[in-house]
Write a protein that binds this ligand. Structure first.
Ligand code: ADP
Ligand code: ADP
Length: 226
């Protein structure tokens, strides 16, 4: 079965159709960019995958199972999620922030594993003891990615992960995420409003408009048509 399948997925807020009957499949190991104007439904679509939002109709299948049937803790352990505003806990060190997911599941991440996760996002290991407010925006975002990887997810969801960063930091982090995807064969879905970033990083670009997927192309096809 595909890593992810949307089946007639719909979410309405009153009269607003945020997501309108989306059906598609994402094979394991694909890097998908989801682009579209603000308000087109990208975040809502992503949030239905790990059940931050419940669908009005339709369903999300993750590795062949309806996410509605999976215990939330198990689901979220298998899915790494990176938000735009990372929201690190300010009173916890970088290391504690990275370990929070497993800790809430009753599992302790050792110092060695935290160091490994810092390596993966190219942060110095000494950062583990720092407080978040002593980090740059780009460094905080890297911690957010490390935190999302802590439980070795099969799927990485990112909602405008680099939106607030300057272009150089953004490119560096984009490349690192692409590297992680390749290294682990990690299925990745990244929401972005930046088509150039989507074309650069993704294997497949989905364009969303008014709650519908209006284009589903390989980057080459979109570049050729530009
Ligand atoms: P995008 O991520 O593409 O900017 P969203 O998924 O955030 O789009 O929003 C899609 C539509 O759903 C918008 O019209 C937005 O105003 C509406 N919407 C999103 N979340 C809520 C909510 N919690 N309550 C009401 N309307 C919402
Ligand atoms: P091997 O199968 O050779 O042990 P892997 O590539 O599976 O190697 O893993 C290498 C390292 O990367 C290990 O430390 C492992 O914990 C980590 N790793 C593997 N997959 C992920 C993932 N999806 N997210 C974070 N770390 C991972």
């Amino acid at each position: 079965s595909p890593a992810l399948a949307f089946q007639q997925l719909t979410k309405s807020y009153g009269a607003t159709g945020a997501v309108r009957g989306v059906s598609l499949e994402i094979p394991a190991g694909q890097f998908v960019a989801l682009v579209g104007a603000s308000g087109s439904g990208k975040s809502t679509l992503l949030k239905m995958v790990n059940r931050l939002v419940e669908p009005t109709e339709g369903r999300v299948m993750f590795e062949g199972e309806d996410v509605a049937d999976l215990p939330l803790a198990a689901l979220r352990r298998r899915i790494g999620y990176v938000f735009q505003s990372i929201g690190l806990f300010p009173h916890m060190t970088v290391g504690e922030n990275i370990a929070i997911g497993p800790r809430l599941a009753g599992e302790k991440l050792g110092e060695g594993r935290i160091a490994e996760l810092l390596d993966l996002v190219e942060l110095d290991r000494s950062m583990a003891g720092r407080m978040p407010d002593a980090l740059s925006g780009g460094q905080r975002q890297r911690v957010g990615v490390a935190r999302a990887l802590a439980a070795e997810p099969h799927l990485l969801l990112m909602d405008e992960p680099f939106g607030a960063l300057d272009p150089v930091t953004r490119d560096a982090l984009g490349e690192r995420v692409r590297g992680l995807h390749e290294e682990f064969g990690l299925t990745t879905v990244m929401v972005t409003h930046d088509m150039a970033e989507a074309l650069l990083l993704a294997d497949r670009v989905l364009v969303m408009d008014a709650g519908c997927i209006v284009a589903d192309e390989k980057p080459e096809a979109l570049v050729a048509g530009a």
